[in-house]
Design a protein around this ligand. Structure first.
Ligand code: MIC
Ligand code: SF4
Length: 750
């Protein structure tokens, strides 16, 4: 690595990135024989080799060279434990670690932060020392949520980054191709190898009109989620374009891109415009705005795209912002969408409780100055009428800079005046780090401005029905205390500045630069620690077909990474594979034991026997040398980037996941860890799998890209059935499977 990492992206790095655009973009235009969209230009400029990079969308794999890597504390531990196995002296590209996920929300910002520093000191010390040793920038607890800190300091238009968090695409609001990946993908790039992924498809969302009234940027993505569904963006970049884009602030665009993770998109992106420039300048990056102006032609769609979008995109969605209403999605899935005006009828129809038990504003998705400003405007209107919230309202600022600025400008006081509690600048309740005072055990409703609402995610209670709306919708509902309240007509539509008129107050600096003399730094992993454990390589494939696998789980319905490896109280074991594996599949509903989630049927002695918690059963199978398969439904592994959801099955004896379809990051994570992700060639074959089957996967000796494998089910009654299973393994992925994991390949070549 040439330059030491600092608290912001140096203009020289941006200039070097822009200098690569003209030639490479011209090469791609020539190869495709047509003009290009903005996203295509950014990909071209970051291709490892623009002449040979794959161009067939959804088919070819391609190598890209991202400008930077970002990691958050809950995923960085595993990523960096893997990086250590590569035995390299330092990282090859600028990288940062952000401490945001491990802070519990209990009392309020100050106390919660102090407690976190204490309870997580071992992990923070590991991350601090490992960062210092390998040349990684370290953002301390309290500095903010990774995606906000990246937006404020590191993102730049036309750049490309990867991050070990599924909401990395937040930086698309500033025109960056920013992709969420598992830790092992990050390790490749940190080790100097390219980022390899399938050439994404392109979905175009054409915006016309302008946002007005109650409609917020959040409502754009809620509407898009309703149209495209949780798997509609899989394998695609969503590019927003059209005349309406200019009406959206840069942070509003970041909200839209952030939540594109919920439709499975590889990332979402807006081209560079005046709003981007304004935000760059407001966050002290005038030099980058000037550079972007110089390269403005490269940072926009070519002229023909808006006139003839069908020629460029695999699918085009049109949204007229002028007619957009506020929306509310949920419960349990982010694509169950309807306008707020239809919520009362939906609650009546579906029997949702009407009383709201808690309202939460913030997260990496919605905690900008503008978001809090609009929420505060509503609070001021309520305070003028002597009103107070009827449901507890909690605010999580996304960064220290936003917190300090909204405090200085009186916006926090506006919210506190109606009864809001301010939590630490961290993920907090969004990732289940939320200790509710009077948590209702039964069905209850919460409304949040977060991005995910899977069962049990926020408070660990599967009976909580979580709905998602814009910050102003959430505050409006907190004021009425009801899902079917009428805040839209009771208050004036909120307005607020998108950027602080007096400039940002940076607050307390949270950045620690890596050490200059790295040779003396010891990376702290205590033997016997229950938080951190050094990794051992997974065993190589023995060259034989996988035979007699047991069906540990046949997941019924949604099986997200929150179901596979729940967060909340388990976050503390993110650096300890043995310990965190005790949460494996605790949230998954098994078709063979569906009384409650997390159960499996012991077929240990050949016949179907007792029902036991899945991690316990897997441990038993592992200790007796029994290998197993997990069967999944549609969009298996939806949600987060946590590679624990792939490492745990591998560690506990899982060899194959056979599903109807996969979410992108999770499928990649399984491959990286040496688990074979297969899909039913005929989705109806899912029904053939029985609880006590012994499963063979055959044809592995001739495993090759594009050629299906055969799955044989040996039923307990002596009969058997077989069917074809597909995969998306490239030559490289096959090498990982053979070696035992991608890391084994990396360690061998570095
Ligand atoms: C999430 O929002 O689910 C998380 C927690 O940020 C995850 C990462 C993790 O599990 O550590 C994500 O989105 O990738
Ligand atoms: Fe943190 Fe929630 Fe954002 Fe994930 S979605 S990074 S848990 S704030």
């Amino acid at each position: 690595m040439s330059e030491p990492i600092g608290p912001t992206t140096p203009a020289a790095l941006v200039e070097a990135a822009y200098a690569r655009f003209p030639e490479r973009v011209a090469i791609l235009r020539e190869r495709l024989g047509r003009p290009l969209t903005f996203a295509e230009k950014v990909l071209a400029a970051h291709a490892d080799d623009a002449h040979t990079v794959g161009i067939e969308r959804g088919v070819d794999y391609a190598d890209y060279r991202p400008d930077r890597v970002a990691m958050q504390d809950a995923t960085a531990q595993m990523a960096l434990l893997q990086f250590m196995l590569a035995r390299l002296p330092s990282v090859a590209v600028p990288a940062t670690v952000h401490c945001d996920h491990l802070i519990q929300a209990r009392v309020g910002a100050d106390t919660d932060l102090r407690v976190a520093l204490d309870t997580n000191s071992e992990v923070y010390e590991f991350l601090r020392t490992v960062s210092a040793k390998y040349g990684i920038g370290f953002w301390k607890p309290g500095s903010g949520i990774i995606h906000q800190v990246v937006l404020e300091n590191y993102a730049f238009p036309g750049g490309m980054m990867i991050g070990t968090d599924s909401h990395t695409p937040n930086a698309g609001g500033l025109g960056m191709i920013a992709i969420g990946v598992g830790g092992a993908d990050a390790v490749d790039v940190l080790a100097g190898w390219p980022y390899n992924t399938r050439v994404p498809k392109l979905i175009g969302v054409r915006l016309t009109g302008a946002l007005s009234g109650w409609a917020a940027p959040k409502d754009i993505i809620l509407k898009v989620a309703g149209i495209l569904t949780v798997k509609g963006g899989t394998g695609a970049i969503v590019e927003y374009f059209g005349p309406g884009a200019a009406s959206i602030s840069a942070t509003g665009k970041a909200t839209v891109c952030n939540m594109g993770a919920e439709i499975g998109a590889t990332c979402s992106v807006f081209a560079y415009d005046g709003q981007t420039a304004k935000y760059l300048k407001a966050t002290g990056r005038e030099a980058i705005a000037d550079l972007a102006d110089r390269y403005a032609e490269q940072l926009a769609d070519d002229a023909d795209v808006d006139a003839d979008p069908g020629r460029y995109f695999d699918r085009v969605v049109e949204i007229d912002l002028s007619t957009l209403e506020p929306h509310l999605v949920g419960p349990h899935t982010p694509d169950l969408d309807r306008p707020v005006s239809e919520v009362a009828a939906a609650a009546e129809r579906e029997g949702y409780p009407r009383t709201i038990s808690a309202a939460l504003v913030g997260s990496c998705t919605n905690s900008s100055y503008e978001d809090i400003g609009r929420a505060a405007h509503l609070a001021r209107q309520a305070a003028a009428r002597g009103m107070h919230v009827r449901a507890p309202l909690m605010i999580t600022p996304g960064s220290e800079q936003v917190r300090a600025t909204i405090e200085r400008d009186g916006l926090l006081a506006d919210l506190e005046a109606i009864g809001a509690t301010v939590l630490a600048n961290a993920c907090g309740p969004c990732i289940g780090q939320w200790q509710r005072d009077e948590a209702p055990a039964g069905p209850n409703v919460i409304v949040t401005s977060f991005n995910r609402n899977f069962p049990a995610r926020n408070d660990g209670n599967a009976n909580t029905l979580a709905f998602i709306g814009s910050p102003e919708t959430v505050v409006g509902m907190a004021l009425s205390g009801r899902l079917d309240g009428s805040f839209l007509t009771e208050f004036d539509p909120p307005t607020a500045d998108d950027l602080p008129a007096r400039g940002f107050d940076p607050g307390a600096s949270g950045f620690a630069a890596p050490a200059t003399d790295r040779s003396t730094i010891d990376v702290a992993v205590q033997p016997g620690s229950d938080r951190l454990e050094l990794l051992a390589p997974f065993p190589a494939w023995d060259g034989r077909d996988l035979c007699g696998l047991r069906v540990l789980l046949k997941a019924k319905g949604k099986c997200t990474t929150d179901h596979i490896s729940p967060a909340g109280k388990w976050l503390k074991y993110r650096g300890h594979l043995t310990n965190i594996s005790q949460n494996m599949f605790l949230g998954a509903l098994n078709a063979f034991a569906d009384r409650e989630p997390g159960l499996g049927v012991d077929v240990h002695n050949g016949s179907a026997g007792t029902v036991r918690p899945l991690p316990e059963l897997a441990r038993e199978y592992k200790s007796t040398g029994i290998e197993w398969v997990a069967v999944g439904d549609d969009n298996y592994g939806e949600g987060s980037s946590r590679e624990h959801a792939a490492m745990e099955p591998r560690f506990m004896g899982g060899r194959v996941v056979l599903a109807r379809s996969f979410a992108r990051i999770h499928e990649a994570n399984l491959k990286k860890q040496g688990v074979l992700p297969l899909t039913f060639a005929d989705p109806a074959d899912y029904d053939k799998v029985r609880v006590d089957d012994a499963v063979d996967v055959t044809g592995l000796a001739s495993l090759a890209p594009g050629s299906p494998l055969t799955v044989v089910l040996h039923h307990a009654d002596g009969t058997s059935e077989q069917f074809a299973a597909n995969h998306t393994m490239s030559e490289e992925h096959i090498a990982w499977f053979e070696a035992g994991s991608a890391l084994n390949v990396l360690a061998a070549r570095s």
